[in-house]
Design a protein around this ligand. Sequence first.
Ligand SMILES: [Zn+2]
Ligand SMILES: [Zn+2]
Length: 437
Amino acid sequence: MNLNLYGHDGQWLMVDCGVSFNAPLDPVASETADGEGQKDNLYNVVAPDPDFIVKQRDALAGLVLTHAHEDHLGAVPYLWPRLRCPVYATPFTAEVLRRKLAQVGLDGKVPLIEVNADVLLQLGPFTVRWLAITHSIPDPFALHISTPAGNVLHTADWKIDAQPVTGKPFQHKLYQSLGETPILGMVGDSTNALKPGMSVSERSCFDGLFATIQPLTGRVVVSCFASNIARLISLARVAKKTNRYMALVGRSLTNMYSIAKSQGVWPEDLVLADVNHMGYLPPHEVLLVATGSQGEPRAALSRLALDNHPQLELSAGDHVVFSSIVIPGNEDAVNRLLQRLKGKGVHTLLSEDSALPIHASGHPCAEELKLMYHWVKPEIAIPVHGENAHIKAHCTIAKNSGVRKTYAGNNGDLYRLSPQAGIRRQWVKAGRIPIQK
Ligand SMILES: [Zn+2]
Ligand SMILES: [Zn+2]
């Protein structure tokens, strides 16, 4: 989960405000606990402790959201009542947040400003420029943040995708041009720093899904992350090309699809079927996209595996394809789900076991990080968004790409960029707070 604060001249700018799921309040204590102890420490939803900024919220110029993933905006409905600042987002992200705010009765109460990404945003001493980037959700942005003290590139989550299926391809010229002016620091995504090479394009993922699904008989169920609209579009195209009707099963999928339609992101020629009709179709005409790729017990896929879905039933010879990864920590739940499906005679395919690309990560691998450092040439690399091992690997890549200084640290560290660079360890109280047990 992400919550970043940039400070200048007595004011702060917050970038992103996300949650984490199924996580401990104290990761260190949880690591040293035994199996049962570890489970006891887990919360359904946790958020960053905002105490530091709440105590000086008059100095908070605003909150800027880079994209609509839960680990970047999911905490806004819970923390905003304590922050009470204006929130800035581009249209797709704003719509995702608006629906979340409505669920907790905060609709109309939060000053949510929908911005035009072509226009500079001035918040106190911070000038924010929105830089289009590619990721695994519509409308992702990196931020170029300027103050009289200098410039920072906050990449947020990104990858280089030349064929992202939805949205514009990655524009390397935009990032090359950043290198023409001095960049003090680049604060960047470390998720896949341990992986060599380049990430898979969404377009290759479409090809892989098509080749995987085309020869199958029986019903096909594909499980993927609901916010990956590009993947949903690819699956709708696969359905069309393989003469199947596609329907969505699961609340988060139907919600994201409805947002994609309302924001003009969904192609008009791709029509989805009503899930209530799917039970009446011959199996070879059915393609279902279901929530629950992580084995979540209440999600659609688990209910299908347990035969307690109200509208649909799977039978022997059907296929479940995971167009997703198993997030570390969810292995047991996914294994239980696979066993139940196999027990019914349903064939399963995890992306990890597939010879073809049927999942694409939204984060940069080592070669993509190298390219970004060659283009942007920051004075200091500040890897974030990863565990210690990812951050270390990211620092090594930055050094090998000619960046002289790297800052590696932990939540609560303050990094000074100008006039004299330096680190104050654990300068900010930065724990976690429970949102939902
Ligand atoms: Zn993220
Ligand atoms: Zn993301």
